[in-house]
Design a protein around this ligand. Structure first.
Ligand code: ZN
Ligand code: ZN
Length: 354
C-alpha cells in the first residue's frame, strides 16, 4: 500500500498540490484496499484519510492500514479536515466528480472561516497512471480472473451449434464463468453470429445461429474486483476458404504484435505492429478500432494501444491485444488475449484455445 501512497505524493509534489481528493471507486479500492461502495480518500504528504458513512466504518478499518477512518455524513468532514491540515490547494478527480458533487464540495469548503478557503484544482489520471503498472498480488488476481474466462470459453465453445440463439450462448458462458468461480461478469457478454459479427460491439440478441456462421464471443469475468476480457471467433460447421483466410490473417496480426512488442514503445507503435499486417494484406480499412487497452480493476484502463496513442508501454503493464476484420454483410473475426509486458516482451496470460 505504501508504494501507492508514495506514488501519489510524488505527483502531488510535482503538481504543487497539498492534497488529492479521490472519489473514483476503483481508485479508492486500489489505493486503500477498501471495497465498500461509498467513501472518499484525502491524501496529503503526511496523512491518508478515508471518509465513509456509518454502514462501512467497521469494514473500512478492517480492510485498510495506515488510514485514518472518518465517519462522514456527505461532505461534512471535509472543511474540518482541510482546516486542520491547512490545505491551500486540493486536487479532485475531474473525470469522476459530477458537477452536482463538485458544487457540494465547494459549498462545504465555504464554511471554513479563514479567507480564502482551499482552491479546488481539476486533475486527470493521477491514480489511473499508477494503476497501469501491476504489482505482484494484482497480477495473480488478474490471472485468476483470466483462468475463469479461459475455462468457460474452452468448455462452452464445443457445445455451440446451429439453432441456439446468441442470448443462449451468452448465458452458457456467463453461467460457466460463475461455476468456475467468478463473482460476476466484467461487462455485457458479446455474442455475434453471421453478419452481426461485422459489428464489433453487437449485443447478444434472440438471433439464431445458423450452420456456416462465424460467431464472435467477447466476454470477461470479474473476480475479487479484477477483470478479464477475451474474444474468440468460432465457425459453426466446416469453415469455408474465406473464413479460413480472414481468420489466419487476424491471428497472424495478433501473434506478430505479441511476439514483437517491447517495453518502451508507444501505444501507437504497439498498435501498428498488428495493423501493418492487416494493411499489407489489403484489410487495413476493415480494422476500425484500436489494438488494445489496459485492464485491471476496470475492464478498460490505461495504456491505450491505438493509432494516435502516445502512452508508453512498460514492464508489468497488462493489456489486451485484439485485432479484428469486419466486413459488412459477411461478418467479422476478432481474436483477443491479455498479455503482460516483461523486459523480454509480451507474455500471453489468457490461454483458451484458438
Ligand atoms: Zn473484449
Ligand atoms: Zn478488450
Amino acid at each position: 500500500m505504501e508504494f501507492k501512497l508514495e506514488g501519489i505524493r510524488r505527483i502531488l509534489e510535482t503538481k504543487g498540490l497539498d492534497a488529492l481528493l479521490i472519489t473514483n471507486a476503483q481508485n479508492r479500492q486500489y489505493i486503500s484496499n477498501f471495497v465498500g461502495t461509498a467513501g472518499t480518500l484525502l491524501i496529503t504528504q503526511r496523512e491518508a484519510l478515508l471518509a465513509t458513512d456509518f454502514r462501512y466504518v467497521e469494514q473500512a478499518s478492517k480492510q485498510t492500514s495506515g488510514f485514518e477512518i472518518i465517519r462522514s455524513n456527505g461532505w461534512d468532514w471535509l472543511p474540518q479536515a482541510a482546516s486542520k491540515l491547512s490545505l491551500k490547494t486540493i486536487g479532485f478527480e475531474s473525470t469522476d466528480l459530477s458537477v452536482h458533487s463538485f458544487e457540494k464540495v465547494k459549498d462545504s469548503l465555504l464554511q471554513i472561516k479563514s479567507n480564502p478557503g482551499p482552491l479546488l484544482v481539476p486533475t486527470v489520471d493521477i491514480v489511473e497512471t499508477l494503476r497501469t503498472i501491476k504489482a505482484g498480488e494484482e497480477i495473480s488476481a488478474l490471472q485468476r480472473s483470466i483462468d475463469i474466462s479461459d475455462q468457460a470459453m474452452d468448455s462452452v465453445c464445443p457445445t455451440i451449434h446451429a439453432g441456439l440463439t446468441e442470448r443462449e450462448v451468452a448465458w452458457r458462458m456467463e453461467k460457466a464463468m460463475r461455476e468456475y468461480g467468478a463473482d460476476s461478469k466484467s461487462f455485457d457478454t458479446i455474442v455475434a453470429r453471421g453478419p452481426n459479427s461485422a459489428m464489433p460491439h453487437h449485443r447478444a440478441s434472440d438471433d439464431i445461429i445458423q450452420l456456416g456462421d462465424p460467431v464472435v464471443i467477447d466476454m470477461g469475468a470479474l473476480r475479487d474486483g479484477y477483470c478479464s476480457d477475451i474474444t474468440r471467433t468460432i465457425f459453426v460447421g466446416d469453415p469455408d476458404d474465406k473464413f479460413k483466410q480472414i481468420y489466419d490473417l487476424v491471428l497472424s496480426a495478433q501473434l506478430t504484435a505479441i511476439e514483437t512488442m517491447q517495453p518502451g514503445m508507444t501505444g501507437q507503435t504497439g498498435d501498428s505492429l498488428a495493423r501493418t499486417v492487416l494493411t499489407e494484406a489489403g484489410y487495413g480499412d476493415y480494422f476500425g478500432h484500436s489494438l488494445g487497452h489496459g485492464i485491471g480493476l476496470d475492464v478498460h484502463e490505461l495504456p491505450r494501444l491505438s493509432p494516435n496513442s502516445q502512452d508508453v508501454i512498460s514492464e508489468n503493464m497488462v493489456f489486451s491485444v485484439e485485432p479484428g476484420i469486419y466486413i459488412s454483410g459477411w461478418g467479422g473475426v476478432r481474436i483477443e488475449d491479455l498479455v503482460i509486458l516483461t523486459k523480454d516482451g509480451a507474455k500471453q496470460l489468457s490461454k483458451a484455445k484458438k
